[in-house]
Ligand binder design. Structure first.
Ligand code: PLP
Length: 615
C-alpha cells in the first residue's frame, strides 16, 4: 500500500532526489549478478585473463567503448524529452516507477526470452502472473481469463482483432468440418453465434477429434472468404492502430466503420445502434465492436455499459459480435474503483471516501456516473488492451492483452488440439499462443515488481492515478475559471474541449474578437512551437506541451461546436475543416502536494502570457 505521504518514495524524482538508493541498488544488482556468473560451475577457469586485459589492443577497445558510451550519453541528453519533469505536459508519458526501472535493468542483465519457457524459466512465470493480476483488475476471473504482455497497445489490439476474426469464421468452418455440431442453424445464425457458444462448439469439436480440421477450414487455413467477414465498428476517437490492424489482418480498411462521438467525445450510442440496424437489414455481419476507455487524444471513456446492454438486446434479435475495450490508456484507472480486497466499490462510497485516496481533493463529481458504470461493465468485454507503459508508470515496452475466456487461445495457437489442455495450464511455448515471438523477460520483471509495491487497487495505483486525475481536474478548473490571458494589451481566451473523464485536458486559445479559424489555428500552432522546441532546444521551453488536430475527416462535424464556442462562425469550420488544439496529459506524480498546484498554475499561466507577448 502506498502511504498518502509516500508517493514520492516511489520515483527517482525530477532532481534525482532518490538517486542514492537507486545507485546503491544498481551497485548491489551488478555485484549480485557477477556472483551469479562466477557461481555457475565455479570449477571452470576464467576465459579472459588479466594478461589479456593488459594488452594494448584490449585497452584500446575498452577506451573505445568508453568514448562511444560518453558520446551516446551526450546524444541522449541533448535529444531526449524530459518526461520526468512536471514541466512536461504533453503525451501520455511520464516519470516511471523506480522499482520498475531497477527491476528492468536487473532482468535485462539476465536477458531472458519469454517466447518459450526454456529460454525464461523465471520470467515467463512472472509474465503469466502479471497477466492474471491485470485480468483480475479488469474484473475477470483470473482462473478462467487469459492475459500476457505485449510490446504495447498496438500489438494487443492486433491480437484482439485477430482472435475476433478467427472466431467469426469458426461456425461456417464447422459446417464443413463438423456439420453434425451445427445442424439446424441457418447461415445468418452461424454468423451471429455469441462468443461463448462458439468456444463451446470448439470444445466439442476438439473432443470429437475434429478441431484441427475445423481450424483448417476457417480463415486460418483458407484466408478471408470472398464475401469478407463483416464490419468492425470503432468510435471516431479510435487509435490509428485499428486502421493498421484492418490492413494487416486482411480485413480491409474499408470494412472499418467509424461511429461518431458526441460533444463529450464519447461514443454516440444512437449512431452505433443505427449502424447496427442498417447492417442487420443488409445481412452484413458485424465482426467486432470496439469501445475506448481513455481515448488517446481526449482521454474520453466510452459508455461501455451501454454497449454491453446493446449487444444483449441485439443478440435477442439475432445479431452478435465480439466486444473489445481498447483501454491501452485508461485501463489502470480501474484500480481507482477497487478497494483493498479488490471489490468494485459503490459510487457513493467512492465519493465519500475519496479524500483518503486523493489528497489533492478531486472535486466531488468524479467519477461521473457514466464513467463509473463504464468501468464497472469491463468484465463483460471479450477482450481488453491495457498498457503498463502508460498509466502503469512502467518503462517501455509493456502492453498487455487480456481475454475473458482463456479458451480463445485455441483460435490462434499453433499447437495441435490434443496438447492444448496441458499446454494451457503451463504454456511452455508462449510464442505459439500470442502474436509476438521473442520478447523481453525484463519487461515482465518490471511490471511484476511494480505490482508488488503498488497494488492494483485504490491503495496503490488508484492513489497514484487518482492524484493525477486530481491534478488534471484542477488544471481544467483553473482554465475554466480564468479563461482570459493577457499580453501586450491583447486578450486571449482559452477554452477546454471537454471536462476530462480521466487526466487529459484538451484546450485552445483564440484572440478575443478573432473570427477566422485559420488565424486561430496559427496562433495555437505558434504557442505550441514556442512551448515545445524539439531536439536541442528543450532547455528554452518553460513548459512542454503536445498538440493534435481535430479534423473533419476523423471527427466529422463534432469539433464544429468547439470552434463556435470561440465565436467563430460555422462557415469557417466548413471552410477549414480542422482545429489545432493543445493536449496535456497530466500524468506527472509530482503535483501531489496541495500547496504546489497553485504556484504551478501561476507559473504556467505567466509562461503562456510571456509566450503570447513574444509571438
Ligand atoms: C497508446 C494507445 C494505443 C497504442 O498503444 P502503444 O502502446 O503505443 O502501441 C492504442 N490505443 C489507445 C487508446 C492508446 O491510447
Amino acid at each position: 500500500m502506498i502511504d498518502p505521504n509516500d508517493v514520492y518514495a516511489y520515483f527517482l524524482g525530477p532532481k534525482a532526489e532518490n538517486y542514492s538508493v537507486f545507485k546503491e541498488m544498481l551497485g548491489y544488482m551488478m555485484d549480485d549478478y557477477a556472483e551469479w556468473r562466477r557461481g555457475f560451475h565455479p570449477e571452470d577457469p576464467p576465459v579472459i585473463t588479466a594478461q589479456d586485459q593488459q594488452t594494448k589492443e584490449f585497452r584500446a577497445a575498452m577506451q573505445d567503448m568508453r568514448r562511444n558510451l560518453v558520446e551516446l550519453a551526450g546524444l541522449l541528453q541533448v535529444t531526449s524529452v524530459p518526461w520526468f519533469s512536471p514541466r512536461y505536459l504533453g503525451h501520455m508519458t511520464t516519470e516511471t516507477l523506480m522499482a520498475a526501472n531497477l527491476g528492468y535493468m536487473l532482468a535485462l542483465l539476465y536477458n531472458q526470452n519469454n517466447v518459450a519457457y526454456e529460454g525464461s524459466p523465471g520470467t515467463t512465470g512472472l509474465e503469466l502472473e502479471v497477466g492474471r493480476q491485470l485480468a483480475g483488475m479488469m474484473g475477470y476471473s483470473p482462473d478462467t481469463a487469459w492475459g500476457h504482455l505485449t510490446s504495447g497497445g498496438t500489438v494487443a489490439n492486433y491480437e484482439g482483432l485477430w482472435l475476433a476474426r478467427n472466431l467469426k469464421s469458426i461456425p461456417l468452418a464447422l459446417r464443413h468440418a463438423a456439420p453434425q455440431l451445427v445442424s439446424g442453424w441457418t447461415e445468418w445464425e452461424l454468423w451471429n453465434l455469441p462468443t461463448e457458444v462458439v468456444l463451446d462448439l470448439m470444445d466439442r469439436a476438439r473432443e470429437a477429434g475434429l478441431l484441427d480440421e475445423v481450424r483448417q477450414c476457417s480463415v486460418r487455413g483458407q484466408g478471408i472468404p470472398a464475401g469478407g467477414l463483416g464490419k468492425v465498428l470503432v468510435p471516431q476517437s479510435k487509435h490509428y492502430s485499428w486502421v493498421k490492424a484492418m490492413d494487416l489482418l486482411g480485413l480491409g480498411q474499408q470494412n472499418l466503420v467509424q461511429i461518431p462521438v458526441r460533444q463529450n467525445y464519447r461514443l454516440d450510442m444512437d449512431a452505433l445502434d443505427q449502424t447496427l440496424e442498417q447492417l442487420e437489414a443488409g445481412r452484413i455481419p458485424v465482426l467486432a465492436v470496439v469501445a475506448v476507455a481513455g481515448s488517446t487524444e481526449e482521454g474520453a471513456v466510452d459508455p461501455f455499459h451501454k454497449l454491453v446492454e446493446l449487444r444483449t438486446a441485439w443478440q435477442k434479435r439475432g445479431l452478435s459480435f465480439w466486444l473489445h475495450i481498447d483501454a491501452a490508456y485508461g485501463g489502470y484507472a480501474r484500480s481507482t474503483f477497487l478497494d483493498a480486497e479488490g471489490r468494485f466499490m459503490e459510487l457513493e462510497e467512492m465519493q465519500e471516501t475519496g479524500q483518503d485516496m486523493l489528497p489533492q481533493a478531486v472535486p466531488s463529481g468524479w467519477p461521473e456516473p457514466e464513467v463509473y458504470r463504464a468501468y464497472q461493465a469491463f468484465p463483460s468485454a471479450d477482450s481488453i488492451t491495457v498498457d503498463p507503459h502508460k498509466l502503469g508508470y512502467i518503462p517501455y515496452p509493456a502492453g498487455a492483452f487480456l481475454a475473458r475466456d482463456r479458451r480463445v487461445v485455441q483460435l490462434i495457437s499453433y499447437f495441435a488440439a490434443y496438447v492444448f489442455k496441458q499446454a494451457q495450464e503451463s504454456p511452455q511455448l508462449l510464442g505459439s499462443y500470442i502474436l509476438e515471438g521473442s520478447k523481453p523477460g525484463a519487461a515482465a520483471a518490471a511490471v511484476w515488481i511494480a505490482h508488488r509495491l503498488v497494488p492494483l487497487n485504490r491503495t496503490g495505483y488508484g492513489r497514484l492515478i487518482g492524484s493525477s486525475i486530481g491534478g488534471a481536474q484542477q488544471f481544467y478548473r483553473s482554465l475554466v475559471e480564468r479563461p482570459i490571458f493577457a499580453a501586450n494589451d491583447r486578450q486571449y481566451e482559452s477554452l477546454t474541449l471537454t471536462k476530462p473523464d480521466l487526466n487529459i485536458v484538451v484546450y485552445a486559445f483564440n484572440e478575443r474578437g478573432n473570427t477566422n479559424l485559420e488565424t486561430m489555428n496559427r496562433l495555437n500552432q505558434r504557442i505550441y512551437e514556442h512551448c515545445f522546441q524539439s531536439s536541442g532546444h528543450l532547455y528554452r521551453s518553460e513548459f512542454l506541451l503536445s498538440k493534435t488536430s481535430l479534423e473533419e475527416k476523423e471527427y466529422g462535424q463534432t469539433p464544429a461546436v468547439f470552434v463556435s464556442r470561440f465565436g467563430i462562425p460555422r462557415q469557417e469550420w466548413e471552410r477549414v475543416g480542422t482545429v489545432f488544439v493543445m493536449r496535456s496529459c497530466l500524468v506527472t506524480p509530482f503535483l501531489e502536494r496541495e500547496t504546489t498546484f497553485d504556484a504551478y498554475w501561476e507559473d504556467f499561466r505567466s509562461s503562456i502570457e510571456r509566450t503570447l507577448s513574444q509571438l
